[in-house]
Design a protein around this ligand. Structure first.
Ligand code: PGA
Ligand code: ZN
Length: 435
């Protein structure tokens, strides 16, 4: 029987230079699993708790308390346990914490161990991580949804909405998808040079941080797709992440591009964007607690993929509430929103059972850890959102997917969640109804 020999953690730095937790799990057969946890900036109210030290060290962002959770309580609980059933070990950590939001031990502590444990088990079974995670089920390579222009909390509030992204819907292979995205990113750079629109810097996810309105950003990205030689909508479509919970002001309205809008008005505006731009996916169109607004938004935007990020926080209870109300049609999956691999798997399974698509997502704060790539393949997530094609914490995942594509060889199929919708014609891109 293979057992856990040691569990320990350390504080390392993420792509914003902030501390995060890295854990090592050593098994009795000598194998090591190591993983680092990501960290968000536009964090949802209903996410599991990321334990931070406070005080003055690292501006209060230190994670030594979370490291102590791993080296103390978690190590005590898991040491000498068999790794035959890793889900049982995730549940043991959840029980040891004892809270709904993992605020005692810290979701960052628990997740670091949960992911490191998966790596250790994969190494023990001499399997690549994605194959271990798939447990023999068929897999596809995920279709990337890639950031081009950033705003909101990722670019010092340059643009109000958080993300304008591209999705190479007609790409045949993952490597072709990557080439097409790179074509658009280069074209966008040239357009910005010509328009003397100076980026305010590389944003947290590697895209351009621009002081433009949402519509200007949508226009720029549509033009960049066209000038890169691809057909907007047919070859490469646009996705937006509104991150609307960050647009709400103290008086309860949504502040977008200089206008104060009601929930119905922001949906009107997004509907009009979908009529004028090749948008196939809209994330967090409304505030995370505006369930009534979401019901109405889902009716009005049923022609696009409507993704819940802060709305669902990878939490099966919130996803179930969304299913009961008929809200959204897609779930963004961020492992650190919920804090274990087991619960992230459950979120994907629940979404799939109800024909909601899934988008496996990085955070704005990442590390060189490429776990996300194997996760998206192993869970057959269908779509992946990593950030832009710059910054090595992003490229480590994109490049890992190239390795997996090569390893899968002939059987490397790119997921095409929008394929059936494209055949059905423009304005019918909802993967639930059509795919
Ligand atoms: P975050 O942003 O990691 O800062 O939460 C990513 C997203 O909103 O999708
Ligand atoms: Zn989001």
């Amino acid at each position: 029987m293979t057992t856990i020999r040691t569990v320990r953690a350390r504080e390392v730095l993420d792509s914003r230079g902030r501390p995060t937790v890295q854990a090592d799990v050593h098994l009795s057969d000598g194998t090591l699993g190591r993983a680092s946890v990501p960290s968000g900036a536009s964090t949802g109210r209903h996410e599991a708790v990321e334990l931070r030290d406070g005080g003055s060290r690292y501006g209060g962002m230190g994670v030594l308390k979370a490291v102590e959770s791993v080296d103390g309580a978690i190590s005590d609980r898991l040491r000498s346990e068999s790794v035959d059933d890793p889900e049982r070990l995730d549940r043991a950590m959840i029980e040891a914490d004892g809270t709904d939001d993992k605020s005692v031990l810290g979701a960052n502590a628990i997740l670091a161990v949960s992911l490191a444990l998966a790596r250790a088990c994969a190494a023990h079974q001499r399997q690549p991580l994605y194959r271990y995670l798939s447990a023999g089920a068929p897999v596809t390579l995920p279709l990337p949804m890639t950031n081009m222009i950033s705003g909101g909390m990722h670019a010092r509030s340059a643009m109000d909405i958080q993300d304008v992204l591209v999705v190479p819907v007609a790409a045949r292979t993952y490597s072709q998808a990557l080439e097409w995205i790179s074509d658009v990113f280069r074209s966008l750079g040239e357009l910005l040079d010509q328009a003397t629109l100076l980026p305010s810097g590389v944003a947290d996810e590697g895209g351009y941080g621009l002081s433009v309105t949402s519509e200007e950003a949508l226009t720029l990205v549509t033009e960049a797709i066209a000038s890169s030689g691809h057909e907007p909508g047919n070859d490469i479509a646009i996705a937006v992440d509104m991150a609307s919970s960050r647009l709400v002001d103290s008086r309860g309205g949504y502040l977008v591009d200089g206008d104060r809008l009601t929930s119905a008005e922001i949906v009107d505006r997004v509907v009009s964007w979908t009529e004028r731009f090749p948008i196939i996916s809209v994330e967090d169109v409304l505030d995370e607690d505006d369930w009534d607004g979401w019901v109405a938004a889902t009716q009005r935007l049923s022609h696009v993929q409507l993704v819940g990020d802060d709305l669902f926080t990878t939490n099966v209870r919130r996803i179930q509430r969304g299913l009961d109300l008929g809200v959204a049609n897609s779930v963004l999956v961020k492992v650190n929103q919920i804090g274990t691999l087991t619960e992230s798997r459950a979120a994907v399974a629940l979404a799939r059972e109800h024909s909601y698509s899934t988008v496996i997502s990085a955070r704005s704060g990442e590390t060189e850890d490429d776990f996300l790539a194997d996760l998206a393949v192993g869970l057959d997530g269908g779509q992946i959102k990593i950030g832009s094609l710059t910054r090595s914490e992003r490229l480590s995942k994109y490049n890992r997917l190239l390795q997996i594509e090569e390893e899968l060889g002939e059987s490397a199929t790119l997921a095409r969640p929008f394929a059936a919708a494209r055949t059905a014609g423009a304005g019918a891109v909802n993967p639930r109804r059509n795919g």
